[in-house]
Ligand binder design. Structure first.
Ligand SMILES: Nc1nc2c(ncn2[C@@H]2O[C@H](COP(=O)(O)OP(=O)(O)OP(=O)(O)O)[C@@H](O)[C@H]2O)c(=O)[nH]1
Ligand SMILES: [Mg+2]
Length: 390
């Protein structure tokens, strides 16, 4: 396994998914499409999709043995060097598949969905904090596989009363990994401390804080750039942003300056290891006075994505912060679709915007002022009314 490398070479991959009895085919197809976007983001992977109906995933090896054999044969035929399983697997399921591949003397590598996301993260992580968070997530997810050791360690650990060099190696590896984890966690704590101090200082300076949140690729960075005129990376890729960037935003009506942050995008079934690892980055979100959720209305599934985002907001304990819903990319919609989106805009008391075409962004600023400075707005309104009457 070559999990350390982060420069992708051109690969041929088979992507495998299963449909369970309670699942609708459409759901699985869109899950597949998302994985295709992830593959596109990672770059350099051509792929073949296989979906199988099953009552449940195999507890031992996720894929049934005969299906796995079939996939390996297909792999030979199309010269695939990667098998991606579109779910989060247990370590032992991955080990079991690797073991069969080894027995059959095949060269194909196995990744699950988390492996793929982590590979993308390792391409995108830029700052010291993001790199450390990623390293932690990798150790937690890959375990010994990080050093290309999987099958052999799982075999060594197997069996009650196994003793000898094998067991010792497993123990050495476990000890080494937990030592590494502790070093990374200590470093992250220090960086987190710095971040906390910055936050406290800002709060002391009386700045209100806003975080832009939302599903990956919704247009958060675009909105951040258009509102604040500060350049950040905008790309038609999943997880283009991994770090939180904060800048000042001047609100002209109330003449107030607030702080606004662009944050990492969310994705459905975000593995807990990743949420935990990126919690300190999301601290900015937890400490905000207002969350702005950007929604990509050109995405057929935008409503269910609002729900995924909300689940994660709940997970990081930020559910009591007021949320402003911005229905983005309306420049891409036809009349019929706009009418449909409008219903949801009303339900969520949101605003239809286009970060790209600068549609309704003045309205967004006004709404932010109403939410963050209601007293100021109220007294300004009273003054206006008075001057009109006199
Ligand atoms: N047509 C259109 N495209 C948009 C709009 N807003 C963003 N985009 C495009 O959508 C893609 C994603 O935009 P980003 O701003 O990078 O999205 P993000 O939410 O920050 O994505 P991650 O950081 O990857 O989570 C880019 O190709 C943008 O140009 C919009 O209002 N209209
Ligand atoms: Mg972004």
């Amino acid at each position: 396994m070559n999990l350390i490398a982060n420069t992708p070479k051109l690969r041929n991959a088979i992507v495998f998914d299963i449909i369970l009895p309670h699942e609708i085919r459409g759901e699985v197809v869109s899950r597949m499409e998302e994985t295709e976007s992830l593959l596109k983001t990672y770059g350099g992977i051509t792929h073949y999709k296989i979906i199988q109906r099953r009552f449940h995933a195999s507890r031992n090896s996720y894929i049934g043995l005969s299906k796995l054999e079939e996939l390996l044969e297909l792999g030979d035929e199309i010269k695939a060097d990667l098998l991606i399983i579109n779910d989060t697997l247990l370590l032992r399921q991955i080990y079991a598949i690797e073991e069969i591949i080894e027995k059959k003397k095949k060269k194909i590598e196995v990744w699950d969905r988390v492996d793929l996301i982590l590979m993308i993260f390792s391409k995108h992580a830029k700052t010291a904090e993001a790199k450390l968070q990623l390293e932690l997530a990798r150790i937690e997810h890959f375990g010994p596989r990080i050093y290309g050791m999987g099958t052999e360690l799982s075999q060594q650990g197997a069996g009650i009363g196994t003793r000898g060099t094998g067991e010792t190696n497993t123990e050495i590896m476990k000890r080494h990994l937990s030592k590494q984890k502790k070093i990374i966690k200590d470093r992250l704590k220090k960086l987190e401390g710095l971040r906390n101090n910055n936050l406290k200082r800002r709060k002391k300076n009386g700045f209100k804080c806003i975080s832009i949140v939302g599903y990956t690729n919704a247009g958060k960075s675009h909105l951040f750039t258009t509102l604040s005129k500060r350049n950040v990376l905008i790309k038609d890729e999943l997880f283009a942003t991994l770090d939180t960037t904060t800048t000042r935003l001047y609100l002209s009506k109330t003449q107030q300056t607030v702080l606004i942050s662009d944050t990492i995008g969310f994705i459905r079934n975000l593995p807990p290891t990743l949420i935990n690892a990126f919690k300190s980055t999301l601290l900015e979100t937890i400490e905000s006075d207002l969350l702005i959720q950007v929604i990509d209305t050109s995405d057929e599934e935008f409503i269910s994505k609002i729900k995924f985002v909300e689940e994660i907001i709940h997970d990081i304990n930020a559910q009591s912060i007021p949320m402003l819903y911005l229905f983005n990319k309306v420049d891409l919609l036809g009349e019929e679709k706009i009418a449909e989106v409008k219903k949801w805009v009303d339900t969520y008391s949101g605003i239809m915007i286009s970060a790209k075409e600068n549609i309704n962004l003045d309205l967004v600023k006004k709404r932010i002022e109403q939410i963050l400075f209601p007293d100021l707005i109220h007294s300004m309104r009273l003054k206006e009314e008075k001057s009109l009457m006199s």
